[in-house]
Design a protein around this ligand. Structure first.
Ligand SMILES: Cc1cc2nc3c(=O)[nH]c(=O)nc-3n(C[C@H](O)[C@H](O)[C@H](O)COP(=O)(O)OP(=O)(O)OC[C@H]3O[C@@H](n4cnc5c(N)ncnc54)[C@H](O)[C@@H]3O)c2cc1C
Length: 403
């Protein structure tokens, strides 16, 4: 691309690294700067609430690339340095060490940061789980043998609870909604998840909020809205994340719960793209703006943003995507294809809620909007091509291919 000599990527994690690799693969030979706030080389987050907590993986296995792979990218790699400001007029990123890097093209991949509870204290024993360092701290607490309170029963909270139980620890899960995973999977399927966790010995305090923490020098318990206290040595808080856009606040870029982008992942300023958890883009498949906080999306958007940055302006392609997420809990995997916040109808197509192994189909306005599998990956995959594209009735009638 004429005039594109320097590219800066901010955020040295999944979306950022995949973007850098895609740029080089496509032949971009200019200066490529990758800026990351963390000191670590890019690593993968899903194992942080799974294999690493269980103790079955060591840190090295979470690397997203070998040192050799990183070296081959010929990066100007700035790790342990946060970007603090974006100057779109001068086309410069300001860094926490006082430095500035100019760019012709920019990819924003700063991901997301865990939300804190109101008044959350910095008390030993109270943890969040987003980074490698967070995961190692929780693992050390598990190693010491602890009574565990998990606050928030989304995917990460449920995975932490499963790991803690598999390690023989006492676990109480506290959730303000009436079932775990309810926000993404709805009440009925959430209730099935609760049944599975109870079967493994997890205690639930549902429909309850946390109002405080007991303990002066370290955590002793979690106080709930009804006045009761859940005794705990470790609390892991997983109540969701917010896109990391603080450093862009006065940049002039359009921000709204993320960096607002068009269908081609380009922000409101030319040649500035976003990818991954921080990106809110117009998803042409849904005809709606979306921000997705899942692994596959970060990989695919990182690559797509790189491709579009290199393409001539009239050849930039939209990024249509059906969201996909998996979550490993105990001996099975939950998978969700699609997205449906308010279904009109949920039908169990294969298996049963009672058995804890099933495929559930979610319909809205007559369309199949989401398919969820608890176990049963082969059955679930049969719906992959139908989500968003098929009517709910056709999805219900869909016959699985004979194996
Ligand atoms: C514990 C855990 C388990 C998960 N498990 C699953 C799973 O099973 N399945 C699934 O689909 N998804 C899972 N996810 C989600 C998935 O990991 C994320 O969607 C993915 O990491 C997003 O990648 P990203 O590159 O957009 O952002 P991130 O991975 O958040 O990376 C952003 C990077 O940018 C850096 N950064 C932020 N601000 C600045 C700044 N100002 N300057 C420089 N650098 C900055 C951050 O330090 C970070 O390293 C999990 C996430 C977590 C935390």
């Amino acid at each position: 691309v004429p005039g594109l000599e320097s590219v800066v990527i901010v955020g040295a994690s999944l979306a950022g690294l995949r973007a850098a690799e895609a740029l080089r693969r496509a032949g971009f030979a200019g200066t490529l700067t990758l800026v990351g706030a963390e000191h670590h080389l890019p690593y993968d987050r899903p194992p942080l609430s799974k294999q690493l907590l269980l103790g079955t993986w060591e840190v090295e296995r979470t690397a997203l690339s070998s040192q050799e792979g990183i070296d081959k990218l010929a990066l100007d790699l700035q790790l342990g340095i946060a970007a603090t400001k974006l100057d779109v007029r001068r086309r410069e990123v300001h860094l926490a060490d006082g430095g500035r890097v100019g760019f012709d093209g920019l990819i924003i991949a700063t991901g997301a940061t865990p939300r804190r509870l109101p008044g959350q204290p910095d008390l030993p024993g109270v943890h969040m789980l987003r980074t490698l360092d967070d995961s190692l701290a929780v693992r050390a607490a598990f190693d010491a043998g602890a009574r565990v309170a998990v606050i928030g029963a989304g995917f990460i909270g449920c995975e932490v609870a499963a790991c803690a139980r598999q390690r023989g620890l006492d676990v109480t899960v506290i959730e303000v909604l009436s079932q775990p995973l309810e926000r993404t999977l709805g009440f009925q399927v959430g209730a099935a998840a609760a049944g599975i966790h109870r079967g493994h010995g997890v205690e639930f305090r549902l429909g309850t909020s946390v109002v405080g923490f007991e303990g002066r020098d370290r955590l002793e318990g979690v106080r709930l809205g009804d006045g009761s206290v859940v005794p705990a040595d470790v609390a892991v808080i997983g109540i969701g994340v917010a896109p990391e856009t603080g450093w862009l606040q006065d940049s002039g870029l359009m921000l709204r719960d993320g960096v607002v982008c068009n269908a081609a992942l380009e922000s409101s300023v030319e040649d500035i793209f976003a990818a991954g958890d921080v990106c809110r883009w117009e998803n042409p498949l849904f005809g709606a703006e979306m921000r997705v906080e899942h692994w596959t999306n970060a990989v695919q958007q990182g690559m797509a943003a790189a491709r579009n940055l290199l393409a001539p302006r009239d050849e930039r392609r939209p990024f249509p995507s059906v969201p996909y997420v998996w979550s490993d809990q105990y001996d099975f995997t939950i998978m969700a294809i699609g997205h449906c916040s308010a279904p009109d109808v949920v039908e169990i197509k294969h298996g049963s809620l009672e058995s804890g192994r099933f495929v559930a189909l979610y319909g809205r306005n007559g369309r199949l909007e989401m398919a969820v599998g608890f176990g049963m990956p082969a059955e679930l995959n049969a719906y992959r091509g139908l989500v968003v594209r098929a009517s709910f009735a056709d999805a219900l009638d869909h016959e699985l291919p004979e194996d």
